[in-house]
Design a protein around this ligand. Structure first.
Ligand SMILES: Cc1cc2nc3c(=O)[nH]c(=O)nc-3n(C[C@H](O)[C@H](O)[C@H](O)COP(=O)(O)OP(=O)(O)OC[C@H]3O[C@@H](n4cnc5c(N)ncnc54)[C@H](O)[C@@H]3O)c2cc1C
Length: 477
Protein backbone atom coordinates (compact mmCIF):
# COMPACT_ATOMS: atom_id res chain seq x y z
CA UNK A 1 0.00 0.00 0.00
CA UNK A 2 1.05 3.58 -0.57
CA UNK A 3 2.68 5.45 2.29
CA UNK A 4 1.78 9.03 3.13
CA UNK A 5 5.02 10.26 1.58
CA UNK A 6 4.48 8.17 -1.54
CA UNK A 7 1.02 9.70 -1.92
CA UNK A 8 2.46 13.24 -1.77
CA UNK A 9 5.20 12.24 -4.20
CA UNK A 10 2.65 10.64 -6.55
CA UNK A 11 0.69 13.91 -6.82
CA UNK A 12 3.70 15.62 -8.43
CA UNK A 13 2.92 13.67 -11.61
CA UNK A 14 -0.40 15.48 -12.00
CA UNK A 15 -0.88 18.95 -13.34
CA UNK A 16 -4.60 19.72 -13.01
CA UNK A 17 -5.91 23.01 -14.43
CA UNK A 18 -7.05 24.73 -11.21
CA UNK A 19 -8.54 28.19 -10.68
CA UNK A 20 -8.96 29.83 -7.28
CA UNK A 21 -10.22 33.34 -6.61
CA UNK A 22 -9.98 34.24 -10.31
CA UNK A 23 -6.39 33.06 -10.80
CA UNK A 24 -4.79 29.85 -12.02
CA UNK A 25 -2.87 28.10 -9.22
CA UNK A 26 -0.53 25.14 -8.93
CA UNK A 27 -1.74 22.14 -6.94
CA UNK A 28 1.51 21.63 -5.03
CA UNK A 29 2.17 25.31 -4.34
CA UNK A 30 -1.03 26.99 -3.22
CA UNK A 31 -1.80 27.08 0.54
CA UNK A 32 -5.48 26.15 0.00
CA UNK A 33 -4.92 23.30 -2.46
CA UNK A 34 -2.18 22.04 -0.12
CA UNK A 35 -4.76 21.55 2.67
CA UNK A 36 -6.44 18.89 0.50
CA UNK A 37 -3.14 17.12 -0.12
CA UNK A 38 -2.27 17.29 3.58
CA UNK A 39 -5.66 15.86 4.57
CA UNK A 40 -5.20 12.99 2.11
CA UNK A 41 -1.67 12.45 3.44
CA UNK A 42 -3.11 12.16 6.95
CA UNK A 43 -5.62 9.54 5.76
CA UNK A 44 -2.75 7.51 4.25
CA UNK A 45 -0.93 7.89 7.60
CA UNK A 46 -3.96 6.69 9.55
CA UNK A 47 -4.12 3.70 7.20
CA UNK A 48 -0.47 2.86 7.82
CA UNK A 49 -0.98 2.86 11.60
CA UNK A 50 -1.41 -0.78 12.77
CA UNK A 51 -3.77 0.46 15.51
CA UNK A 52 -6.30 1.41 12.81
CA UNK A 53 -5.87 -1.68 10.66
CA UNK A 54 -9.38 -3.06 11.28
CA UNK A 55 -11.07 0.22 10.48
CA UNK A 56 -8.83 1.60 7.72
CA UNK A 57 -8.00 -1.56 5.77
CA UNK A 58 -9.75 -4.68 4.45
CA UNK A 59 -8.86 -7.87 2.60
CA UNK A 60 -9.87 -7.59 -1.03
CA UNK A 61 -11.50 -10.69 -2.50
CA UNK A 62 -10.60 -9.36 -5.96
CA UNK A 63 -6.85 -8.96 -5.55
CA UNK A 64 -6.22 -11.12 -2.47
CA UNK A 65 -4.28 -8.25 -0.90
CA UNK A 66 -4.87 -5.86 1.98
CA UNK A 67 -6.35 -2.66 0.64
CA UNK A 68 -7.51 0.71 1.91
CA UNK A 69 -11.12 0.58 3.08
CA UNK A 70 -11.63 3.59 0.82
CA UNK A 71 -11.32 1.13 -2.09
CA UNK A 72 -13.12 -1.82 -0.53
CA UNK A 73 -16.54 -3.16 -1.53
CA UNK A 74 -18.33 -4.09 1.70
CA UNK A 75 -19.17 -7.77 1.86
CA UNK A 76 -20.68 -8.12 5.36
CA UNK A 77 -22.44 -6.04 7.98
CA UNK A 78 -19.19 -6.03 9.99
CA UNK A 79 -17.54 -4.42 6.97
CA UNK A 80 -20.26 -1.77 6.83
CA UNK A 81 -19.72 -1.01 10.49
CA UNK A 82 -15.99 -0.58 9.98
CA UNK A 83 -16.71 1.67 7.00
CA UNK A 84 -18.81 4.01 9.15
CA UNK A 85 -16.16 3.90 11.88
CA UNK A 86 -13.61 4.99 9.26
CA UNK A 87 -15.78 8.07 8.57
CA UNK A 88 -15.88 8.91 12.29
CA UNK A 89 -12.15 8.36 12.79
CA UNK A 90 -11.06 10.44 9.80
CA UNK A 91 -13.35 13.32 10.79
CA UNK A 92 -11.95 13.30 14.34
CA UNK A 93 -8.39 13.32 12.96
CA UNK A 94 -8.90 15.94 10.25
CA UNK A 95 -11.77 18.24 11.20
CA UNK A 96 -12.51 18.24 7.48
CA UNK A 97 -13.40 15.75 4.75
CA UNK A 98 -11.88 12.39 4.19
CA UNK A 99 -11.79 13.38 0.55
CA UNK A 100 -11.99 9.72 -0.53
CA UNK A 101 -15.39 9.12 1.11
CA UNK A 102 -17.67 9.90 -1.85
CA UNK A 103 -15.46 7.86 -4.18
CA UNK A 104 -15.67 4.86 -1.83
CA UNK A 105 -19.47 5.01 -1.70
CA UNK A 106 -19.78 5.49 -5.48
CA UNK A 107 -17.63 2.38 -6.07
CA UNK A 108 -19.86 0.39 -3.68
CA UNK A 109 -23.02 1.53 -5.47
CA UNK A 110 -21.53 0.69 -8.88
CA UNK A 111 -20.49 -2.80 -7.76
CA UNK A 112 -24.07 -3.98 -7.18
CA UNK A 113 -25.65 -2.16 -10.12
CA UNK A 114 -23.08 -3.31 -12.71
CA UNK A 115 -23.42 -6.88 -11.32
CA UNK A 116 -27.16 -6.72 -12.03
CA UNK A 117 -26.72 -5.14 -15.44
CA UNK A 118 -24.36 -7.87 -16.61
CA UNK A 119 -26.84 -10.54 -15.48
CA UNK A 120 -29.91 -8.88 -16.90
CA UNK A 121 -28.52 -7.25 -20.05
CA UNK A 122 -25.48 -9.40 -20.90
CA UNK A 123 -23.16 -6.36 -20.70
CA UNK A 124 -19.60 -6.53 -19.34
CA UNK A 125 -19.76 -3.44 -17.12
CA UNK A 126 -19.16 -5.39 -13.93
CA UNK A 127 -16.05 -7.06 -15.27
CA UNK A 128 -14.76 -3.65 -16.40
CA UNK A 129 -15.48 -2.18 -12.97
CA UNK A 130 -13.73 -5.02 -11.18
CA UNK A 131 -10.71 -4.75 -13.51
CA UNK A 132 -10.55 -1.05 -12.77
CA UNK A 133 -11.05 -1.63 -9.05
CA UNK A 134 -8.11 -4.07 -9.05
CA UNK A 135 -5.96 -1.40 -10.70
CA UNK A 136 -7.04 1.13 -8.04
CA UNK A 137 -6.43 -1.33 -5.21
CA UNK A 138 -3.07 -2.57 -6.47
CA UNK A 139 -1.84 1.03 -6.79
CA UNK A 140 -3.71 2.23 -3.68
CA UNK A 141 -5.07 5.28 -5.49
CA UNK A 142 -7.22 8.02 -3.95
CA UNK A 143 -10.63 8.43 -5.63
CA UNK A 144 -13.10 11.27 -5.23
CA UNK A 145 -16.74 10.87 -6.25
CA UNK A 146 -18.54 13.04 -8.83
CA UNK A 147 -22.30 12.83 -8.34
CA UNK A 148 -23.84 16.32 -8.13
CA UNK A 149 -24.51 17.96 -11.50
CA UNK A 150 -24.89 21.72 -11.96
CA UNK A 151 -28.59 20.87 -12.62
CA UNK A 152 -29.71 24.25 -13.99
CA UNK A 153 -33.43 24.79 -13.33
CA UNK A 154 -34.42 22.21 -10.72
CA UNK A 155 -38.01 21.93 -12.01
CA UNK A 156 -36.85 20.73 -15.45
CA UNK A 157 -35.53 17.34 -16.57
CA UNK A 158 -31.99 17.21 -18.04
CA UNK A 159 -33.26 17.17 -21.62
CA UNK A 160 -35.54 20.16 -21.01
CA UNK A 161 -32.75 22.47 -19.85
CA UNK A 162 -31.85 25.38 -22.07
CA UNK A 163 -28.23 24.23 -21.87
CA UNK A 164 -27.89 20.42 -21.74
CA UNK A 165 -24.37 20.80 -20.33
CA UNK A 166 -25.79 21.46 -16.85
CA UNK A 167 -25.90 17.65 -16.59
CA UNK A 168 -22.81 15.62 -17.52
CA UNK A 169 -23.68 13.77 -20.70
CA UNK A 170 -22.24 11.83 -23.61
CA UNK A 171 -21.65 13.91 -26.75
CA UNK A 172 -19.86 11.27 -28.81
CA UNK A 173 -19.47 7.49 -28.88
CA UNK A 174 -16.76 5.82 -30.95
CA UNK A 175 -14.86 2.53 -31.03
CA UNK A 176 -12.35 3.65 -28.45
CA UNK A 177 -14.71 5.23 -25.95
CA UNK A 178 -17.00 8.17 -25.25
CA UNK A 179 -16.66 11.92 -25.06
CA UNK A 180 -18.44 13.65 -22.15
CA UNK A 181 -19.39 17.26 -21.48
CA UNK A 182 -20.90 19.09 -18.51
CA UNK A 183 -19.89 19.83 -14.92
CA UNK A 184 -20.06 18.27 -11.49
CA UNK A 185 -20.35 20.86 -8.71
CA UNK A 186 -19.41 20.93 -5.01
CA UNK A 187 -16.75 18.28 -5.68
CA UNK A 188 -14.89 17.54 -2.46
CA UNK A 189 -11.16 17.15 -2.89
CA UNK A 190 -11.25 16.19 -6.58
CA UNK A 191 -8.00 18.15 -7.10
CA UNK A 192 -6.09 15.91 -4.68
CA UNK A 193 -7.44 12.56 -5.91
CA UNK A 194 -5.71 10.35 -8.46
CA UNK A 195 -9.10 9.68 -10.04
CA UNK A 196 -12.73 10.74 -9.86
CA UNK A 197 -15.51 8.19 -10.26
CA UNK A 198 -18.58 9.79 -11.86
CA UNK A 199 -22.22 8.67 -11.70
CA UNK A 200 -25.50 10.44 -12.60
CA UNK A 201 -26.98 12.65 -9.88
CA UNK A 202 -30.49 11.15 -10.18
CA UNK A 203 -32.67 8.54 -11.81
CA UNK A 204 -33.04 8.91 -15.59
CA UNK A 205 -36.00 8.18 -17.88
CA UNK A 206 -36.23 6.74 -21.40
CA UNK A 207 -35.11 9.50 -23.76
CA UNK A 208 -32.39 10.60 -21.32
CA UNK A 209 -29.84 7.98 -22.42
CA UNK A 210 -27.04 10.49 -23.00
CA UNK A 211 -27.28 11.61 -19.36
CA UNK A 212 -27.10 8.03 -18.06
CA UNK A 213 -23.35 7.65 -17.79
CA UNK A 214 -20.85 6.43 -15.19
CA UNK A 215 -17.09 6.37 -15.59
CA UNK A 216 -13.64 6.88 -14.03
CA UNK A 217 -11.47 9.83 -15.06
CA UNK A 218 -7.86 10.48 -14.03
CA UNK A 219 -6.96 13.76 -12.34
CA UNK A 220 -6.10 16.45 -14.88
CA UNK A 221 -7.31 14.52 -17.96
CA UNK A 222 -7.37 16.74 -21.08
CA UNK A 223 -10.53 18.88 -21.06
CA UNK A 224 -10.89 18.95 -17.26
CA UNK A 225 -10.88 22.27 -15.36
CA UNK A 226 -11.28 22.62 -11.58
CA UNK A 227 -12.79 25.91 -10.33
CA UNK A 228 -12.36 25.99 -6.56
CA UNK A 229 -14.67 27.44 -3.91
CA UNK A 230 -13.46 30.79 -2.59
CA UNK A 231 -14.54 31.85 0.90
CA UNK A 232 -13.38 34.22 3.66
CA UNK A 233 -11.41 31.24 4.98
CA UNK A 234 -9.51 31.03 1.68
CA UNK A 235 -8.60 34.70 1.93
CA UNK A 236 -7.59 34.28 5.56
CA UNK A 237 -5.26 31.42 4.63
CA UNK A 238 -3.76 33.45 1.80
CA UNK A 239 -2.94 36.28 4.23
CA UNK A 240 -1.76 34.37 7.29
CA UNK A 241 0.60 31.79 8.57
CA UNK A 242 -1.59 28.69 8.89
CA UNK A 243 -0.82 28.37 12.62
CA UNK A 244 -3.24 31.26 13.29
CA UNK A 245 -6.17 29.54 11.60
CA UNK A 246 -9.05 27.51 13.05
CA UNK A 247 -7.98 24.27 11.39
CA UNK A 248 -4.30 24.99 10.72
CA UNK A 249 -3.28 21.97 8.67
CA UNK A 250 -6.39 20.65 6.95
CA UNK A 251 -8.50 23.79 6.56
CA UNK A 252 -12.02 23.82 5.17
CA UNK A 253 -13.92 21.19 3.25
CA UNK A 254 -12.53 22.21 -0.13
CA UNK A 255 -14.78 21.68 -3.13
CA UNK A 256 -14.76 22.72 -6.76
CA UNK A 257 -16.77 22.87 -9.95
CA UNK A 258 -15.27 20.13 -12.08
CA UNK A 259 -15.78 21.10 -15.72
CA UNK A 260 -15.77 18.37 -18.38
CA UNK A 261 -15.13 20.10 -21.69
CA UNK A 262 -15.24 17.24 -24.19
CA UNK A 263 -13.31 14.76 -22.07
CA UNK A 264 -12.47 11.43 -23.70
CA UNK A 265 -13.14 8.30 -21.59
CA UNK A 266 -11.96 4.93 -22.97
CA UNK A 267 -14.53 2.10 -22.83
CA UNK A 268 -12.62 0.18 -20.17
CA UNK A 269 -13.34 3.08 -17.80
CA UNK A 270 -17.07 3.33 -18.66
CA UNK A 271 -19.39 1.48 -16.25
CA UNK A 272 -22.84 2.53 -17.51
CA UNK A 273 -23.74 4.22 -20.77
CA UNK A 274 -27.34 4.74 -21.83
CA UNK A 275 -29.06 2.26 -19.47
CA UNK A 276 -31.50 4.77 -17.92
CA UNK A 277 -33.37 2.04 -16.02
CA UNK A 278 -30.40 1.49 -13.70
CA UNK A 279 -29.64 5.13 -12.76
CA UNK A 280 -32.32 5.30 -10.05
CA UNK A 281 -30.93 2.20 -8.34
CA UNK A 282 -27.40 3.51 -8.66
CA UNK A 283 -28.14 6.83 -6.96
CA UNK A 284 -30.35 5.28 -4.28
CA UNK A 285 -27.65 2.73 -3.37
CA UNK A 286 -25.05 5.50 -3.30
CA UNK A 287 -27.37 7.56 -1.05
CA UNK A 288 -27.80 4.61 1.33
CA UNK A 289 -24.11 4.22 2.04
CA UNK A 290 -23.34 7.91 1.88
CA UNK A 291 -26.03 8.90 4.38
CA UNK A 292 -24.69 6.37 6.87
CA UNK A 293 -21.09 7.52 6.34
CA UNK A 294 -20.94 11.17 5.32
CA UNK A 295 -24.42 12.11 6.57
CA UNK A 296 -24.10 10.37 9.95
CA UNK A 297 -20.76 9.01 11.16
CA UNK A 298 -18.51 11.70 9.65
CA UNK A 299 -20.38 14.50 11.41
CA UNK A 300 -20.25 12.54 14.68
CA UNK A 301 -16.47 12.96 14.42
CA UNK A 302 -16.89 16.70 13.82
CA UNK A 303 -19.28 17.06 16.78
CA UNK A 304 -16.77 15.21 19.01
CA UNK A 305 -14.23 17.92 18.16
CA UNK A 306 -16.72 20.71 18.91
CA UNK A 307 -17.65 19.10 22.22
CA UNK A 308 -13.97 18.88 23.20
CA UNK A 309 -13.35 22.51 22.32
CA UNK A 310 -16.50 23.70 24.14
CA UNK A 311 -15.59 21.79 27.29
CA UNK A 312 -12.08 23.28 27.19
CA UNK A 313 -13.42 26.82 26.82
CA UNK A 314 -15.85 26.23 29.69
CA UNK A 315 -12.95 25.06 31.86
CA UNK A 316 -10.77 28.01 30.80
CA UNK A 317 -13.43 30.44 31.97
CA UNK A 318 -14.44 28.44 35.06
CA UNK A 319 -18.06 27.70 34.13
CA UNK A 320 -17.68 23.98 33.51
CA UNK A 321 -19.71 22.97 36.56
CA UNK A 322 -22.54 25.44 35.99
CA UNK A 323 -25.75 23.42 35.46
CA UNK A 324 -26.80 25.04 32.16
CA UNK A 325 -23.30 24.50 30.70
CA UNK A 326 -23.33 20.83 31.77
CA UNK A 327 -26.80 20.58 30.24
CA UNK A 328 -25.63 22.02 26.91
CA UNK A 329 -22.56 19.76 26.75
CA UNK A 330 -24.85 16.82 27.58
CA UNK A 331 -27.22 17.77 24.76
CA UNK A 332 -24.31 17.94 22.34
CA UNK A 333 -23.26 14.45 23.43
CA UNK A 334 -26.87 13.24 22.98
CA UNK A 335 -26.96 14.46 19.38
CA UNK A 336 -23.56 12.99 18.58
CA UNK A 337 -24.36 9.60 20.14
CA UNK A 338 -27.85 9.43 18.58
CA UNK A 339 -26.37 9.99 15.13
CA UNK A 340 -23.65 7.44 15.86
CA UNK A 341 -26.21 4.90 17.07
CA UNK A 342 -28.24 5.37 13.87
CA UNK A 343 -25.11 4.88 11.74
CA UNK A 344 -24.14 1.73 13.67
CA UNK A 345 -27.71 0.41 13.37
CA UNK A 346 -27.71 1.20 9.67
CA UNK A 347 -24.56 -0.91 9.25
CA UNK A 348 -25.58 -3.81 11.48
CA UNK A 349 -29.08 -4.00 9.96
CA UNK A 350 -27.59 -3.90 6.46
CA UNK A 351 -28.08 -6.73 4.03
CA UNK A 352 -26.78 -8.29 0.86
CA UNK A 353 -27.90 -6.21 -2.11
CA UNK A 354 -28.51 -7.36 -4.79
CA UNK A 355 -29.25 -10.83 -3.42
CA UNK A 356 -26.55 -13.30 -4.47
CA UNK A 357 -23.97 -10.58 -5.31
CA UNK A 358 -21.99 -10.81 -2.05
CA UNK A 359 -22.12 -6.99 -1.76
CA UNK A 360 -23.62 -5.36 1.32
CA UNK A 361 -25.65 -2.17 1.69
CA UNK A 362 -26.69 -0.46 4.95
CA UNK A 363 -30.26 -0.19 6.18
CA UNK A 364 -31.93 2.71 4.42
CA UNK A 365 -34.23 3.95 7.18
CA UNK A 366 -31.50 4.15 9.84
CA UNK A 367 -29.08 5.80 7.37
CA UNK A 368 -31.62 8.47 6.50
CA UNK A 369 -32.40 9.06 10.18
CA UNK A 370 -28.65 9.38 10.93
CA UNK A 371 -28.32 12.11 8.31
CA UNK A 372 -31.50 13.92 9.40
CA UNK A 373 -30.44 13.83 13.06
CA UNK A 374 -27.13 15.39 12.16
CA UNK A 375 -28.56 17.94 9.71
CA UNK A 376 -30.91 19.32 12.37
CA UNK A 377 -28.65 18.69 15.37
CA UNK A 378 -25.52 20.33 13.98
CA UNK A 379 -27.14 23.79 14.14
CA UNK A 380 -27.91 23.17 17.84
CA UNK A 381 -24.37 21.97 18.49
CA UNK A 382 -22.94 25.10 16.86
CA UNK A 383 -25.38 27.29 18.82
CA UNK A 384 -24.29 25.76 22.13
CA UNK A 385 -20.60 25.95 21.21
CA UNK A 386 -21.13 29.66 20.47
CA UNK A 387 -22.92 30.08 23.79
CA UNK A 388 -20.30 28.34 25.92
CA UNK A 389 -17.36 30.12 24.27
CA UNK A 390 -18.95 33.53 24.79
CA UNK A 391 -18.70 36.33 22.26
CA UNK A 392 -14.99 35.63 21.98
CA UNK A 393 -15.54 33.17 19.14
CA UNK A 394 -16.50 36.11 16.93
CA UNK A 395 -14.89 39.10 18.70
CA UNK A 396 -11.41 37.76 19.40
CA UNK A 397 -8.33 39.62 18.22
CA UNK A 398 -5.78 37.79 16.10
CA UNK A 399 -3.28 35.63 17.90
CA UNK A 400 -0.71 37.68 15.99
CA UNK A 401 -1.25 40.46 18.57
CA UNK A 402 0.71 38.31 21.00
CA UNK A 403 3.74 38.92 18.78
CA UNK A 404 3.09 42.65 18.46
CA UNK A 405 5.07 44.57 21.11
CA UNK A 406 2.47 47.36 21.11
CA UNK A 407 -0.50 45.12 21.97
CA UNK A 408 0.92 41.84 23.31
CA UNK A 409 0.81 42.85 26.99
CA UNK A 410 -2.77 44.16 26.76
CA UNK A 411 -4.01 41.05 24.95
CA UNK A 412 -2.18 38.75 27.35
CA UNK A 413 -3.58 40.65 30.35
CA UNK A 414 -7.21 40.93 29.22
CA UNK A 415 -7.66 37.67 27.39
CA UNK A 416 -6.32 35.42 30.11
CA UNK A 417 -8.51 33.56 32.56
CA UNK A 418 -7.32 30.49 34.46
CA UNK A 419 -5.78 29.67 31.06
CA UNK A 420 -3.21 31.82 29.25
CA UNK A 421 -4.38 34.10 26.43
CA UNK A 422 -2.71 31.84 23.85
CA UNK A 423 -4.85 28.83 24.76
CA UNK A 424 -8.08 30.82 24.94
CA UNK A 425 -7.51 32.58 21.63
CA UNK A 426 -6.49 29.35 19.90
CA UNK A 427 -9.53 27.44 21.13
CA UNK A 428 -11.91 30.32 20.35
CA UNK A 429 -10.50 30.36 16.81
CA UNK A 430 -11.11 26.62 16.60
CA UNK A 431 -14.77 27.17 17.59
CA UNK A 432 -15.07 30.07 15.13
CA UNK A 433 -14.05 27.68 12.38
CA UNK A 434 -17.11 25.55 13.18
CA UNK A 435 -19.82 27.83 14.46
CA UNK A 436 -19.13 30.94 12.38
CA UNK A 437 -18.04 29.14 9.27
CA UNK A 438 -19.06 26.92 6.40
CA UNK A 439 -20.05 23.83 8.33
CA UNK A 440 -23.74 24.58 8.97
CA UNK A 441 -24.85 24.73 5.36
CA UNK A 442 -22.20 22.17 4.45
CA UNK A 443 -23.59 19.62 6.88
CA UNK A 444 -27.15 20.42 5.84
CA UNK A 445 -26.62 19.75 2.11
CA UNK A 446 -23.68 17.29 2.12
CA UNK A 447 -24.99 13.75 1.35
CA UNK A 448 -28.16 15.38 -0.02
CA UNK A 449 -30.50 18.14 1.14
CA UNK A 450 -32.71 16.96 4.05
CA UNK A 451 -35.91 17.00 2.01
CA UNK A 452 -34.52 14.08 0.02
CA UNK A 453 -34.06 12.07 3.25
CA UNK A 454 -37.53 13.02 4.49
CA UNK A 455 -39.08 11.84 1.21
CA UNK A 456 -37.10 8.59 1.46
CA UNK A 457 -38.09 8.07 5.10
CA UNK A 458 -41.77 8.66 4.40
CA UNK A 459 -41.87 6.34 1.41
CA UNK A 460 -39.81 3.59 3.10
CA UNK A 461 -42.04 3.48 6.16
CA UNK A 462 -44.86 0.92 6.21
CA UNK A 463 -47.70 3.18 7.34
CA UNK A 464 -50.30 0.48 6.59
CA UNK A 465 -48.93 -1.86 9.24
CA UNK A 466 -48.85 0.98 11.77
CA UNK A 467 -52.49 1.86 10.97
CA UNK A 468 -53.45 -1.77 11.46
CA UNK A 469 -51.73 -1.97 14.85
CA UNK A 470 -53.56 1.14 16.04
CA UNK A 471 -56.93 -0.11 14.74
CA UNK A 472 -56.55 -3.53 16.33
CA UNK A 473 -55.66 -2.12 19.72
CA UNK A 474 -58.45 0.45 19.55
CA UNK A 475 -60.94 -2.31 18.72
CA UNK A 476 -61.78 -1.10 15.18
CA UNK A 477 -62.56 -3.60 12.40
C1 LIG B 1 -19.53 20.63 1.79
C2 LIG B 1 -20.13 19.86 0.66
C3 LIG B 1 -19.40 18.85 0.05
C4 LIG B 1 -19.94 18.15 -1.02
N1 LIG B 1 -19.19 17.19 -1.64
C5 LIG B 1 -19.68 16.55 -2.73
C6 LIG B 1 -18.89 15.59 -3.45
O1 LIG B 1 -17.74 15.31 -3.08
N2 LIG B 1 -19.41 15.00 -4.55
C7 LIG B 1 -20.66 15.30 -4.99
O2 LIG B 1 -21.07 14.74 -5.99
N3 LIG B 1 -21.43 16.21 -4.35
C8 LIG B 1 -20.98 16.84 -3.24
N4 LIG B 1 -21.75 17.76 -2.59
C9 LIG B 1 -23.03 18.13 -3.16
C10 LIG B 1 -24.27 17.73 -2.36
O3 LIG B 1 -24.57 16.38 -2.59
C11 LIG B 1 -25.38 18.68 -2.80
O4 LIG B 1 -25.09 19.95 -2.23
C12 LIG B 1 -26.77 18.24 -2.39
O5 LIG B 1 -27.12 17.06 -3.06
C13 LIG B 1 -27.80 19.33 -2.72
O6 LIG B 1 -27.72 19.70 -4.07
P1 LIG B 1 -27.51 21.23 -4.44
O7 LIG B 1 -26.37 21.76 -3.67
O8 LIG B 1 -27.46 21.33 -5.92
O9 LIG B 1 -28.80 21.95 -3.86
P2 LIG B 1 -30.13 22.32 -4.62
O10 LIG B 1 -30.52 21.18 -5.50
O11 LIG B 1 -29.97 23.64 -5.27
O12 LIG B 1 -31.14 22.40 -3.40
C14 LIG B 1 -31.56 23.63 -2.83
C15 LIG B 1 -32.98 23.45 -2.31
O13 LIG B 1 -33.85 23.15 -3.40
C16 LIG B 1 -34.56 21.94 -3.12
N5 LIG B 1 -34.75 21.24 -4.40
C17 LIG B 1 -33.78 20.89 -5.29
N6 LIG B 1 -34.33 20.28 -6.35
C18 LIG B 1 -35.64 20.23 -6.13
C19 LIG B 1 -36.74 19.70 -6.87
N7 LIG B 1 -36.57 19.13 -8.06
N8 LIG B 1 -37.96 19.80 -6.32
C20 LIG B 1 -38.15 20.38 -5.12
N9 LIG B 1 -37.15 20.91 -4.39
C21 LIG B 1 -35.90 20.83 -4.88
C22 LIG B 1 -33.69 21.18 -2.13
O14 LIG B 1 -34.45 20.25 -1.36
C23 LIG B 1 -33.13 22.30 -1.29
O15 LIG B 1 -34.08 22.68 -0.33
C24 LIG B 1 -21.24 18.46 -1.49
C25 LIG B 1 -21.98 19.47 -0.86
C26 LIG B 1 -21.45 20.16 0.19
C27 LIG B 1 -22.29 21.26 0.82
Amino acid sequence: MMTAQEYMESMKKYNPRIFLGGKQVQLMENPTTMTVLKANTRVYELTEDPQNAEVMTADSPFTGIKVSRNLHISNSTADLERRMEMARLTSQALGTCNYRCVGADVLNALAGVTWEMDRELGTDYHQRLINHLKYLQENDLACSGGVTDAKGERNKRPGQQEDPDVYVHVVERNEAGIVVRGAKVSQSGAIGAHETIVIPTMGMKPGEEDFAVAFAVPNGAPGLTYILQYTPFTAERELNDSKYLGNPEYGQRETCIMVFDNVFIPWERVFLCGETKYCGKLISRFAKTHRMNCGGACKVGFIDLIIGASQLLAEYSGVQKTPHIVDKITDMIRISETARACSVASALKGSEEPAGSGFYQPDDIFGNVAKLTVAEGFWDVMKWAGDIGGGLAVTMPSEKELENPETADYVRKFMRTSAPAEARLRMAKFIQNWSAGLHGAGTWHGAGSPMAQKMALYSLTDLESKKLMAKELAGLE
